[in-house]
Design a protein around this ligand. Structure first.
Ligand code: SAM
Length: 211
């Protein structure tokens, strides 16, 4: 084989390999997305199915238009909320500090055609939240448990009246987020309650409504 043909062949193979591993949309239909969610290979970090579905319902029922998720992992919650935001004609930003998680979330969102609705930001949420412009009407907090109050304080000046703030793992990690729970449950700024949407887990989410 001539040297030039060898390199042309090598280039073509590299391109083909790249294309075959790139995330391609699986389906943007409702049924296709449901199948993708049902077959999603959840990792231990992902939000439980009942909690993810409740997040989607909360986004839809509050007609939220601009949301932020703190801690994306592989995007299981972001896909659910993304479906809600797409239906509301809104947008979601999800933040993760781990580049591998950011990559996985971007690929999963692309596979279900939600990459235009949900943008994934890599970085420390405390810095990213402080740098975001504009107002928000939905927040899902699900990163370092001891930092929940810091995340809320970083986004609080940008929360609209009527915003919904959801915090995950508030039963299992109650001690690490005592300051957060005391704050949202006693502050005159919020109405707040704990819900359990995944009966198979001894855990729950705190849902707080900004008055
Ligand atoms: C429990 S998982 C998130 C699960 C996700 N919400 C879901 O629905 O599947 C927590 C994630 O927070 C990320 N994380 C931890 N500290 C962070 C920080 N300071 N800023 C942003 N992300 C962080 C971790 O990399 C991890 O992926």
């Amino acid at each position: 084989m001539k040297k030039s043909s060898f390199w042309a062949c090598a280039l073509w193979m590299t391109a083909a390999l790249h294309l075959s591993t790139a995330a391609e949309p699986v389906s943007t239909t409702e049924a296709g997305r449901e199948k993708f969610i049902a077959e999603f290979r959840r990792i231990g970090l992902n939000t439980a199915p009942g909690d993810a579905k409740l997040l989607q319902i909360l986004v839809q029922s509050s007609r939220a238009r601009r949301g932020v998720e703190v801690g994306a992992a592989t995007g299981y919650g972001a896909i659910h909320m993304g479906i809600g935001f797409e239906r509301n004609n809104g947008k979601l930003i999800t933040i993760d500090i781990d580049p591998a998680m950011v990559r996985a979330t971007r690929e999963n969102l692309k596979k279900v055609g939600l990459d235009n609705t949900v943008s994934v930001v890599e970085g420390d949420a405390l810095k990213v939240l402080a740098s975001l412009d504009g107002e928000f009407d939905f927040v899902f907090i699900d990163a370092l448990k001891r930092d929940y109050l810091k995340y809320l304080k970083a986004i609080e000046p940008k929360l609209k009246a009527g915003a919904v703030v959801v915090a995950d793992n508030v039963i299992q990690s109650e001690r690490q987020m005592r300051d957060y729970l005391d704050y949202v449950r006693t502050s005159p700024l919020y109405d707040s309650t704990t819900v359990r949407a995944s009966m198979d887990k001894n855990d729950g989410m705190e849902i707080s409504f900004k008055k």
